[in-house]
Ligand binder design. Sequence first.
Ligand SMILES: Nc1ncnc2c1ncn2[C@@H]1O[C@H](COP(=O)(O)OP(=O)(O)OP(=O)(O)O)[C@@H](O)[C@H]1O
Ligand SMILES: [Mg+2]
Length: 375
Amino acid sequence: MDNPFIIKSYESKELFCDREEELELMLRNVDNHSDMTLISQRRMGKTGLILRLFEELHSSRPDIHTIYLDIFSSQNIDDFIKLFAEATMHSFQPKTSIGDRLMTFIKSLRPQISFDPITGEPQVQIAYQTPHEKEYTLRGLFDFLDNQGVSIVIAIDEFQQIREYPEQNMEALLRTYIQQMHNLHFIFCGSRKHLMADIFANAKKPFYSSTTFISLTKISEEAYSAFIRRLFSERQRVIEDEALQFILTWTRRHTYYTQQLCHTIYANGQTTIGLEEVKKACGQLMQQGEAVYLQYRQMLTDKQWAYLIAIAKEGSVIQITSSKFLKRHKLGNASVSRRLADALCEKGLLNGESTLEGTVYTVSDVFLSRWMERL
Ligand SMILES: Nc1ncnc2c1ncn2[C@@H]1O[C@H](COP(=O)(O)OP(=O)(O)OP(=O)(O)O)[C@@H](O)[C@H]1O
Ligand SMILES: [Mg+2]
């Protein structure tokens, strides 16, 4: 049987753990036409949850259409339009009435349409002249969708990427269009939290206060253990309590890492899984990561590397300027510590989570963290 612990994207409800409350909330927002902003640290399960929501919408609200757009690879408004047009064509296949109208509309933009030789998906290339024409085209796409007389939920993943565009007015432009749509509802999703917060929670920015925030945290211990136990037992495997507990602790219940460890354990093939089998898989994962970790070592200054190790050895640190932490790891003074933390957060190697008590820092990659704490 195929490995049930998915480590890529989304497969099915059966292989997706929990998120019942978040799903409920998102469905309610869809029903109430509230736009949403979904944020979490990386690899917690945002994209998976959007695809889970879309599956739920297809079965319980078949009149609602969905478009999933990942703009991570886009560098400018041209790329955005291209990805948006392709995602739209993916959702409205030819030989449906909307699909046919869409094709006519896209053709009116004088694009070059080709088909990916491997996936068969359409690829759109639109030749432009002026910035004004680009805005006109983008507006046209929104208007086209809005005028189809159906409700459409559009998820824009890695939304913070629009901050990288040279076009300074992209946020204002999108906000204006979106505000004027009646049948289009939006989910904005992203993992660069300070950027997402600046887009949606900064009173000086166009999107301020325009959406409902959903912050994705860890799956509960009860839900995750029941899920793992079920997937093993449905495939005639037994996992011991102690082993299960170790998995959840060692991976900190950070979804991607928990999935990856379970995936490896399953792939190893034992039918009874005890602590020893789990620890063996942990060792394999750290070993697999080592080549990349050593590259980080090259990429960082000695001080940054030492700082990352210090955080890893502590597990998580809330007082990065406390003399206890600084002395124990010989890290210099408070301002040095702050500077190092900022630089490592900027590189994505360190994660800072705001809490009522202050910012909690952890090494973003759980396996790297576990590898470092042994140095
Ligand atoms: N509820 C879940 N149950 C089981 N596996 C999940 C769940 N949520 C996510 N995953 C798996 O965890 C991994 C990370 O999830 P996903 O890619 O959705 O995270 P993300 O928050 O979008 O990450 P990024 O910020 O890097 O885009 C994926 O392999 C996905 O299949
Ligand atoms: Mg994602």
